[in-house]
Structures are given as C-alpha cells and as structure tokens.
Design a protein around this ligand. Structure first.
Ligand code: 13P
Length: 247
C-alpha cells in the first residue's frame, strides 16, 4: 500500500506584513533538507515576495482560497492562475472560516478544487464538524459528507490533501483525543478510497486545530494522520519548526 508523503502546512490566515517574511526565511533555514514537505500559506499579498525569498528551499508557498473562475468581474477575488503565477504551489480550500463566514458550500469548494487543478495548484481541502454536530453524534456523517461533496472526481490520481479541522478545535486550545482523531481520519480514508479509488492512498490526511509544539508529536503519530495544518503556531518560526521536528 502506498503511504502518503507527510505535509506540514502553516495557515497564516489574515496575518503577515513584509517584516514577517523573516519568520518564513527562518523556517526555511531551520528545516534544512528534511524529508517532510513543508508549506506556508501567507495572505495573498505576500505570496510573491515569500516565494522569491524561499526559492530553492524545502518550503513551498500556498494560497488560502481562490475563486472558481480564472478571470472576470469578481471584485476583490483571486484566481488559482493568479496564485500560481505569484509563486504558489498549493491552495487551502473550504476552510471553516470561509464555509461559516462566506457561506461556502461543498459544491463551491469542489468547483474551487477543479479550478486549483486547472491552475496547476495542489488543493488542501478542509472539512470538519461543529461542536453541536459532534455533541449530536453526527461527526462522521458530517465529515464524510463534506469529503464526498467537496472533492471532485477529477482529483483521482492527482496530488491533493484533505485537512480534518474540527471547527471547535480551531484557535481554542481544545483538541479531540487521539482516538477521536484516528476515528475521523480512518473514515476520511475509507471515503476517499470509495470516491477516488486506490490512488487516493497517496493523499495525506492532515489534522488541524490547536496544533502546537506540546501536542504535535502525539497527534502526528496517530494512525492515518499524514501531517498538520497549523494556524496560530505557524506564525512563529520557532514553534512551527518544533511542530515539523515532532513528525
Ligand atoms: P489554529 O492552529 O490556530 O487552531 O488554527 C487551525 C487552522 O484553522 C488552520 O487552518
């Protein structure tokens, strides 16, 4: 069975001005020639400068969202092609902050994933249940439903990853138990195989939500966890490097 290459990605969200590029450079210097794939997804305004600063390093640069269309009258939006031209290799899609804040549906996320492929970007598709859904015992149903709806059939055989981010664990310091993470990751793996075939075994399933240096080793060594999508702790090179080193 093919094992995925792990990916540790940092999601800077709406944080980062020019002087923060020094943190990204420190990450690149600190990872050296690690076998782990590392990516940083800064705000769109920093992608080009960060990609130039990290050229030749082991750290890839990614976007945090893209429009499904390649171009047009969509004020304020950015397309996959634009991100790729700025130097992005990956793009986060369907983050819960976009699903909740902008009403992004599974169908829209799937359209954006297609756009990412068209633009030459590797999508990181986010899924995750709310606290209410978990309390109601609906976690697996919600998450596998999001996987079915947000990952288009065209991803079969292509490079992509899924990030399991329980909404209640994002930015709260709370995390599910290792057993709970493994249960969800196994369900995502089974759904990927059903929907996209055996080649999807190569896609890492990342965990995201309050990953920090102190819990990274335990989470990253859980079954079917193929890396992490890190928010707050990715903003400081020292913390992000500690998480990368925990793999
Ligand atoms: P935190 O690591 O800050 O909880 O954020 C997780 C996240 O949303 C990454 O996309």
């Amino acid at each position: 069975m093919t094992t995925p290459t792990p990916l540790i990605a940092g999601n800077w969200k709406m944080n980062g001005l020019e002087n923060d590029l020094a943190e990204a450079a420190a990450v690149a210097a600190g990872v050296g020639a690690t076998a782990t794939r590392v990516a940083i997804c800064p705000p769109a305004t920093l992608i080009e400068r960060m990609a130039r600063a990290l050229a030749g390093s082991k750290v890839d640069v990614g976007g945090q969202d893209c429009r499904a269309q390649a171009s047009g009258a969509f004020t304020g939006d950015v397309s996959a092609e634009m991100l790729a031209q700025a130097g992005a290799r990956l793009v986060i899609l369907g983050h819960s902050e976009r699903r909740a804040g902008y009403g992004e549906t599974d169908a829209l996320v799937a359209a954006k994933a297609l756009a990412a492929l068209r633009g030459g970007l590797e999508p990181i598709v986010c899924v995750g249940e709310t606290l209410e859904e978990r309390k109601a015992g609906r976690t697996l149903e919600v998450v596998t439903g999001q996987v079915r709806g947000s990952l288009p059939a065209e991803l079969a055989g292509r490079a992509f990853s899924v990030a399991y981010e329980p909404v209640w664990a994002i930015g709260t310091g709370l995390t599910p138990s290792v057993a709970e993470i493994e249960e969800v990751h196994r369900a995502i793996r089974a759904t990927l195989r059903e929907e996209l075939g055996e080649a999807s075994n190569r896609a890492p399933i990342l965990y995201g939500g309050s990953v920090k240096p102190s819990n990274a080793a335990e989470i990253l060594h859980a079954a079917e966890v193929g890396g992490a999508l890190v928010g707050g702790a990715s903003l400081k090179a020292q913390d992000f490097l500690a998480i990368i080193g925990a793999l």
